[in-house]
Ligand binder design. Structure first.
Ligand SMILES: NC(=O)c1ccc[n+]([C@@H]2O[C@H](COP(=O)([O-])OP(=O)(O)OC[C@H]3O[C@@H](n4cnc5c(N)ncnc54)[C@H](OP(=O)(O)O)[C@@H]3O)[C@@H](O)[C@H]2O)c1
Length: 249
């Protein structure tokens, strides 16, 4: 991909302050986009990334995707700054490692919290930015789901259920938002970020050793799949790209 493929385009990245979102923000800026890095608690990380991005016209904004008023305020700020959105990457998400047999720990309050952050949150962001995505048509939304949506084997039961909801919602939205807006999912296996508390490099390497490709999946690998959705799949919508080194096989 060249440094001008996305020249003049505006890309909004939730969870842009860390991991997969930060890697996607870098890749989008390298392709020439003006990038809006959305963060929740990681302001200093977001500002450091903002300063390091190639190109100009980038912005860092705070948002809590579980709070509809905060999402609307973010959308107003993006509208005032750019008037359009060409690419939306929904990478923000949360989890907590809980053994699936431990139903006592995964109580209803925690289940709701995980479902709202990982499923309703991306929906709120798409809903709030829809007019701007239409203004940027043809535009694309890339939702970062997880293989947990498919195999039910993620960090906890609510997380897999939430990511399955995100996947199904993406298909529904893809059906109704075309031809202006494409909606894609990228579903990673375990990725080398700080997403799962207490999961270190050793654990990731052990997991990778059990997969056909025997490679730890890096945030940049997932960002490459995001860029494929954005740049190279103009006739795909409602589709999913799995990035897991063959783990699902
Ligand atoms: N890493 C993996 O193994 C893996 C595997 C499959 C799928 N995924 C998915 O990939 C996505 C990115 O994960 P990651 O690995 O990059 O994790 P990460 O490094 O922990 O980043 C998570 C990001 O989400 C943001 N965030 C969390 N709650 C938020 C909220 N309520 N409002 C706004 N932003 C919020 C965080 O912002 P602040 O830091 O600013 O608070 C952070 O930027 C997630 O959706 C995750 O489910 C990850």
């Amino acid at each position: 991909m060249s440094g001008t493929d996305l020249a003049g385009k505006v890309a909004v990245v939730t969870g842009g302050s860390a991991g997969i979102g930060a890697a996607s923000a870098r890749a989008l800026a390298e392709a020439g986009a003006r990038v809006v890095i959305l963060y929740r608690s990681g302001e200093s990380r977001a500002r450091a990334l903002l300063a390091a991005l190639p190109g100009t016209g980038h912005l860092a904004l705070a948002v809590d995707i579980t709070d509809p008023a905060s999402v609307r305020a973010m959308a107003d700020a993006v509208r005032d700054a750019y008037g359009r959105v060409d690419v939306l990457v929904n990478s923000a998400g949360v989890t907590r490692p809980i053994p699936h047999a431990d139903l006592a720990t995964l109580d209803e309050a925690l289940f709701d919290q995980i479902l709202i952050a990982n499923a309703r949150g991306p929906y709120s962001v798409i809903r709030a930015l829809l007019a701007l995505l239409r203004a940027g048509a043809p535009s694309v939304v890339v939702n970062i789901s997880s293989v947990a949506a498919l195999n039910g084997a993620g960090s906890n039961i609510a997380y897999g259920a939430a990511k399955a909801a995100l996947e199904t919602m993406s298909v529904s939205l893809a059906r109704v938002l075309g031809p202006e807006v494409r909606v894609m999912c990228v579903a990673p296996g375990p990725v080398a970020t700080d997403f799962v508390a207490g999961r270190g490099r050793d654990a990731l390497e052990k997991l990778a050793a059990t997969t056909p490709l025997k490679r730890v999946v890096e945030a940049e690998d997932v960002a490459r799949a995001v860029m494929a959705c954005v740049l190279h799949l103009p006739t795909s919508t409602g589709s999913r790209i799995i990035v897991d080194g063959g783990r699902m096989l």
